[in-house]
Design a protein around this ligand. Structure first.
Ligand code: NOS
Ligand code: ZN
Length: 347
């Protein structure tokens, strides 16, 4: 791609609203954590951990994609590990010129060596705060319930998230194997979240059909949808997403890897925008997908013909869809706008 355009994309202000903590760990960090924790690695001192942590182009499904998380989770069971990895996710976001990032993770996946869900959230927030101070951007947490976990366990996750709502946590989510575990299983979980007025986003319409998007919006109270690419299957769900002004957190590189869509030529983002659906663009998992916010925007320019101004509009959509409240949200929108003004890209 044209070098000047690449440079301009790098300079655009960006926001990542959908990035998983455990999918964005640097391989060198795992090497150092393994040593500190006395855990074995499958490669020697000079070996490359990337193949264990990143999916390749032969990936056939979301379930296969999710298998990559089994490798990193054993190293993410301590306060130190969570704090360091959270701080490094903020660093990576800042390096891609993100002004704000909402980092999500499932606290119950980090309770194998004595931490509680509440501890895991507290330490992740501490790491993000350290990152905010070091790298000068804003970061918040989205707390995930896993679809394969019991309703009881997920009710506990909501209770833990509530403790930190407005103190680092901005929302709750449902993630994991969508095809095997439809959203309706967890209606009561999100009923509890709604009763606490916790904002909700749900992964839907990725490895499952558009009905999961309808269920998530109408029965689970989702205010945003993770991915949502498969609403193409049902015009009435597209209408619902538009009527409720529900932003989609699209993750193009990940969506192609998990085969949520067949390829770039059928990636529906431009068609969604033309139909008036609010779309945002995000990384999903920087390490598992081998991506960055810059790469996501480059792919859209290359494969979907996005102009710089259209990419700027995506960044503004993300500012408007952010789970920040009141003044903080206004400040973020102003920061995006003023960065765009400086690039002569006023919307
Ligand atoms: O694209 C995705 N779709 C559904 N679940 C995902 C995706 N990426 C990651 N996770 C799941 O979320 C957990 C907590 O971060 C990860 O461990 C992974 O199982
Ligand atoms: Zn995700």
């Amino acid at each position: 791609m044209n070098q000047a355009l690449l440079e301009q994309i790098k300079r655009l202000p960006k926001i990542d609203l959908h990035v998983h903590l455990d999918g964005s760990v640097k391989p060198d960090t795992i090497r150092e954590l393994a040593e500190a924790q006395g855990k074995a690695l499958p490669v020697g001192a000079e070996g490359d951990l990337t193949p264990w942590m990143q999916i390749d182009e032969n990936c056939t499904s979301l379930v296969e994609y999710l298998s990559k998380f089994d490798f990193v989770l054993p190293f993410m069971q301590t306060a130190e590990a969570l704090e360091r990895i959270a701080q490094e996710v903020v660093q990576q976001a800042a390096e891609a010129h993100c002004l704000y990032v909402e980092v999500r993770f499932a606290p119950m996946l980090h309770t194998l060596e004595g931490l509680t869900a509440s501890d895991a959230i507290r330490h992740t927030i501490a790491g993000l705060r350290a990152g905010e101070h070091l790298f000068g951007i804003k970061a918040r947490v989205i707390v995930i319930c896993m679809r394969h976990d019991s309703v009881e366990k997920n009710l506990e996750v909501i209770e833990a998230a509530k403790e930190y709502y407005d103190q680092g946590v901005v929302a709750v989510d449902l993630a994991g194997d969508e095809a095997g575990f439809p959203p309706q299983i967890h209606r009561s979980v999100f009923g509890l979240a709604s009763s606490y007025e916790l904002p909700i986003t749900i992964h839907a319409g990725e490895a499952g059909g558009s009905d999961n998007v309808r269920e998530s919006i109408t029965r689970l109270g989702a205010r945003r949808i993770g991915h949502g690419v498969r609403i193409t299957e049902d015009p009435t769900v597209i209408e619902l997403v538009k009527a409720t002004r529900t932003p989609l957190e699209m993750c193009p590189v990940s969506n192609i890897q998990t085969k949520a869509v067949s390829g770039w030529d059928t990636y529906p983002i431009r068609s969604f925008m033309e139909q008036g659906v609010i779309v945002t663009v995000n990384t999903d998992n920087m390490t598992v997908s081998g991506t960055t916010m810059n790469l996501e925007y480059e792919m859209l320019a290359e494969h979907c013909g996005f102009t710089l101004k259209e990419l700027a509009q995506l960044a503004m959509n993300s500012a408007e869809a952010a789970f920040l409240l009141g003044e903080e949200k206004e400040e973020l929108k102003e920061a995006v706008q003023s960065a765009l003004n400086q690039l002569d890209l006023s919307l």
